[in-house]
Design a protein around this ligand. Structure first.
Ligand SMILES: Cc1ncc(COP(=O)(O)O)c(C=O)c1O
Length: 395
């Protein structure tokens, strides 16, 4: 049997008859960037996540970058985050000239540890950036308390966790701003890059909407007036200069190009109604492994009481990860290693001068984690085959 870590072709086959006519319509429409489908997707996502503003952007990395910029993060600021995540989380902090400060992770959920976070707070700390790693929400109630106590902004990296929740409230809606990715491998993925920012704060929403389109146009003027405390530029026609439109091609703050393609919006809108079923299928697959893997020398992942995990990855811990990975590969089973190097020990962050041993839980995880396929379309035969192979491995 050959079982990939993820087979997007299976999902495509299911959706083909619904999506292909919509894609063709878009190609024929001549509208390729933003537009009504993007607005509709934003409405659908705001409803799904129960949040006031859902703002699509070019990708998850931009979602984090623009969120931190909206909060005003820049040189001299420190942002506390997890060392056990995809590089982009901390990269966005560093890209803005701020300093990523890594706290250690919780050994049970692999998420940023609130107590370790407390010990990293300094007068320069401006924000906390927890990550809902692998789809299990971080302890947002603790992070909200810390942020409130220390007057810090709270931004969530929910790139792997769309649909996850704590007590029924969706991950990505606890902090000031939430960030999501629609990279094709995510639980809700496009056919290309895409991202989302969520917030209940009207001010952040205006600034982010302005920044994703070069700080220009009417929204740019609104963001400018908010940031500078000045009135909006006059919208009445200026008779002395009839060519002057105070919004079109007038830029009010430094932003970027981080728009979502119309085509991606159409695809994501077509996929969103399936998301809960796909997340449920992932949970069923995870439950199958947890019920049936018999060996006692691996640590299986769990879902804390009151939390809903969306199983972006199914991660087990073993001190034989390389040997087990090779054994499974020989049986045709693909596995993943997320993440082999904790961020504080990445070459790109050597200037931060962390040493091995500084964040022991994250370092242990990097040595021990091995991911099994958990995508929704796995068959029972495949799950059985993988389970038996994990149990058949001898160290
Ligand atoms: C935890 C995390 N943060 C950020 C990102 C960045 O998202 P994107 O690849 O859409 O830029 C990803 C996805 O790759 C991720 O998994």
């Amino acid at each position: 049997m050959n079982i990939p870590m993820l087979d997007l072709k299976r999902q495509y086959t299911e959706l083909k008859s619904d999506l292909e006519p919509k894609i063709l319509n878009c190609l024929r429409s001549g509208q390729y960037i933003m537009g009504k489908p993007v607005e509709k997707l934003e409405e659908d996502l705001a409803k799904y996540l129960h949040v006031r503003h859902a703002i699509t952007v070019g990708n998850g990395t931009d979602a984090i970058l623009l969120s931190l910029r909206a909060i005003g993060i820049g040189p001299g600021d420190e942002v506390i985050t997890s060392p056990f995540t995809f590089f982009a989380t901390a990269e966005a902090i560093a890209f803005l000239g701020a300093t990523p400060v890594f706290a250690d992770v919780d050994p049970v959920t692999y998420n940023l540890d609130p107590e370790s976070t407390r010990t990293c707070i300094t007068p320069r700390t401006k924000a906390i950036l927890p990550v809902h790693i692998f789809g299990h929400p971080a302890d947002m109630l603790a992070f909200k308390n810390i942020a409130k106590e220390h007057h810090l902004a709270l931004v969530e990296d929910a790139c792997q966790a769309i649909g996850a929740s704590i007590g029924g409230k969706k991950a990505g809606t606890f902090g000031d701003i939430g960030c999501f990715s629609f990279f094709p491998t995510k639980n809700l993925g496009g056919f290309g890059d895409g991202g989302l920012i969520t917030t209940d704060d009207d001010r952040y929403a205006t600034i982010i909407r302005a920044m994703r389109t070069h700080g220009g146009g009417r929204i740019g003027a609104e963001a400018y007036s908010l940031l500078k405390g000045k009135p909006l530029p006059n919208t009445t026609t200026n008779n002395e200069n009839p060519l002057y439109n105070p919004y079109k091609y007038y830029n009010y703050l430094i932003g970027t190009n981080s728009r979502l393609d119309t085509l991606q919006a159409i695809i994501l809108r077509g996929k969103l109604p399936h998301l809960n079923d796909w997340n449920a299928a992932r949970a069923k697959n995870a439950a199958f492994y947890c019920r049936n893997i018999q060996r006692k020398d691996v640590v299986l992942p769990l879902e804390l009481k009151g939390y809903t995990h969306v199983w972006h990855q199914f991660v087990l811990r073993t001190s034989y990860k390389e040997q087990m990975g090779t054994f499974l590969a020989d049986k045709g089973i693909s596995t993943g290693v997320f993440y082999p190097v904790p961020l504080h020990l990445q070459k790109a962050f050597e200037y931060l001068k962390y040493q091995p041993g500084s964040l022991p839980e994250a370092e242990k995880l990097a040595k021990e984690t091995l991911c099994l396929p958990v995508f929704p379309e796995l068959t029972e035969d495949e799950l059985q085959y993988i389970t038996q192979a994990v149990d058949a491995f001898t160290a």
